[in-house]
Design a protein around this ligand. Sequence first.
Ligand code: PLP
Length: 367
Amino acid sequence: MDYNASAPLRPEVLALMAEVLGRTGNASSVHGFGRSARAAVEKAREQVAALAGTVASQITFTASATEANNMVLQAFRNGRILASAIEHPSVLESAPHAELIPVTADGVVDEAAYEALLDKGEPALVSIMAVNNETGVIQNVGRLAKIAKKKYPGVHVHTDAVQAAGRLPLDFPAWHIDYMSLSAHKFGGPHGAGALITAPGAKPVKLLHGGGQEKRQRAGTENVAGIAGFGLASELAQKNMEGFQKLAALRDRLETEAKKVVPILIHGEKAPRVANTSLFSTPGITAQTQIMGLDLDGFAVSSGSACSSGTVKSSHVLRAMGVADAVGECALRVSFGPDTRSDDIDAFVNAWSKMAARLAKKEQAHA
Ligand code: PLP
């Protein structure tokens, strides 16, 4: 139940990757082995492009979405950048000077505050994620990009669509954006395979120099098996997009049942959210305690983003939503996927309820 950290590799993807790994050849070689590797890369490019609603020529394969985000944010290091306050660290840390666009208590970009920032002057880049990894809250990227472009036709817009891919339809051209970052391992593909999608006229920074791979945008021999796996996972995720929406019923049931046990606060509850994610705080019971208890029962969940876990600090996302640290430290993220069944939710609710009721009693005894 930690799909937002990493979803399981789909069996079909594993089978394809094993077959491709068994092949020999560099995708840049002109002989038959090379051409076979090249064919696998180009097929994947078509599949990833289809998932993003765009054309293959706009896809640059990278080793992660972190890399793709860095390629964009670092390209604007000397310009004014507006980034939402809830971006992933791979955006925020590659643009330390970015001005942060506030979000509402529900985790949605505050449009009045965004417009006020735009009114202050033309930014070079706006970066707003499509779906937040901790809350699952969806941003209206198309609308927000249009607002910026109407005011400043020359502004570039980037969206980190890592948590949106396979969960809601992506439409690169219709969103009025110039850059989109994707990562394979969030929807059944392998780790170490990402992509940057660029519109004509976009100028991402070149981080890796050397060979002429990826139209000279990103040097280094292609991870052919990883890219092939990314491609197939994209195709499968696209086919299953409708099925994915059914997870909302499981998520809603989980939240309804949890509310019956102890008072919980569901972050982003009133905002549009992707179907598979629930972030909720049980005041007085730290996320760390809950995660350890659930782990013993065989449930893998997380406290906000995996990157910042290991510490019991509240996340920058919850802080931006105005959540007090004492409440943020108790936020548990449950995120699941197409393989999750109704029984899994029942088993989880059962284990969590027992634990929460016991810990809440203990907490009351101490109070
Ligand atoms: N952006 C978001 C919203 C994420 O959730 C993640 C993964 O945690 C990333 C970027 C980084 O992706 P990758 O693991 O491919 O570097």
